[in-house]
Design a protein around this ligand. Structure first.
Ligand code: SF4
Length: 230
C-alpha cells in the first residue's frame, strides 16, 4: 500500500449535489451502526453484570469464596472474552507516520502494470493520526476501517491508474506495508514476477455491525417485535 502519487479525480471534487444521496446513505448507515452497537452492548452488559453479581453474592454469602479469590479468574475470563469475534470499533495507535523510517521505499509506479496495486484491496483500519487528518475515508458502517468501493479497491485508489489519490497523506498502514515478501503479490519481487491475480469479485466489505444488526432483528422477530430492515 505504498502506491505512488496520482493526479486522478478525487471523490471530494464531485459536485456536492451529486454526492448528497451517497453521503446521506453513509450517514444513515453510520447512525444505524452506532445505535445497534449501543443497544447490543447495553443489553449484553446489563445481563452479564446482573448475573455475575448475583452469583458472586451467593458464593460469598455461603462462605464458599472470599472476594479477593475472584480476581485471578476474573482476569482470565476477560482475556477469553477479548478473543471473541465481536463487532467493535478498531482504531490503531502507531505513533507519527511522518517520522523518519515509517515509509517503506518501493518503486511502486514502475510496478503498477504488474501488481495492479492489489495491496490496495487489503483491509485495514486507520490510526488516530489518520483520523485527525481527515484525508482518508473510513467506512461509516465499520469504524474505522478504510473505505472500499464496490470493486474491492480502496476508495482512494484511482480506478484508471490505480495510483493513490492521497499519497502524501496516505494512512500509516499503507506507509509501512512492504509487499516484497508477500506471496499474495509477488512470486518473485526481484525478478518482477507477480502472483496470479485473484478472481474478480464484488468484494464489498460486510460491516461487523450488520452481523449484529441481523442478530438483533432475528431476536426481535422471534419475539414478534419490529420488521426486518429493507
Ligand atoms: S490509501 Fe488506499 S489507495 Fe492509498 S495506498 Fe492506502 S490502500 Fe492504497
Amino acid at each position: 500500500m505504498s502506491s505512488p502519487n496520482g493526479d486522478g479525480a478525487n471523490r471530494s471534487s464531485a459536485p456536492i449535489e451529486l454526492m448528497m444521496p451517497e453521503v446521506r446513505a453513509e450517514i444513515e448507515r453510520g447512525l444505524r451502526f452506532a445505535h445497534v452497537m449501543m443497544s447490543v452492548g447495553q443489553d449484553q452488559g446489563n445481563e452479564a453484570v446482573a448475573y455475575v453479581q448475583a452469583l458472586a453474592d451467593v458464593l460469598v454469602q455461603k462462605g464458599l469464596i472470599r472476594e479477593e479469590e475472584l480476581e485471578e479468574p476474573l482476569e482470565r475470563a476477560r482475556q477469553e472474552i477479548s478473543k471473541l469475534m465481536m463487532p467493535r470499533v478498531r482504531l490503531a495507535e502507531m505513533g507519527d507516520k511522518y517520522a523518519e523510517g515509517q515509509a517503506v521505499e518501493i518503486d511502486c509506479l514502475n510496478r503498477l502494470p504488474l501488481c495492479h496495486a492489489r495491496c490496495c484491496t487489503f483491509r485495514f483500519f486507520l490510526t488516530k493520526q489518520d483520523l485527525d487528518e481527515g484525508a482518508a475515508c473510513w467506512d461509516y458502517g465499520n469504524p474505522y476501517w478504510i473505505k472500499q468501493g464496490g470493486d474491492g479497491y480502496c476508495i482512494h485508489s484511482d480506478p484508471a491508474s490505480r495510483a493513490c489519490t492521497i499519497h502524501a497523506q496516505r494512512p500509516h498502514v499503507c506507509r509501512q506495508y512492504d509487499c516484497r515478501n508477500d506471496k499474495r503479490i509477488w512470486v518473485d519481487f526481484e525478478q518482477r514476477i507477480p502472483a496470479p491475480l485473484p478472481e474478480p469479485s464484488a468484494n464489498v466489505p460486510v460491516a461487523m455491525a450488520e452481523v449484529a444488526m441481523r442478530n438483533a432483528m432475528r431476536v426481535a422477530e422471534a419475539h414478534g417485535e419490529g420488521r426486518s430492515p429493507g
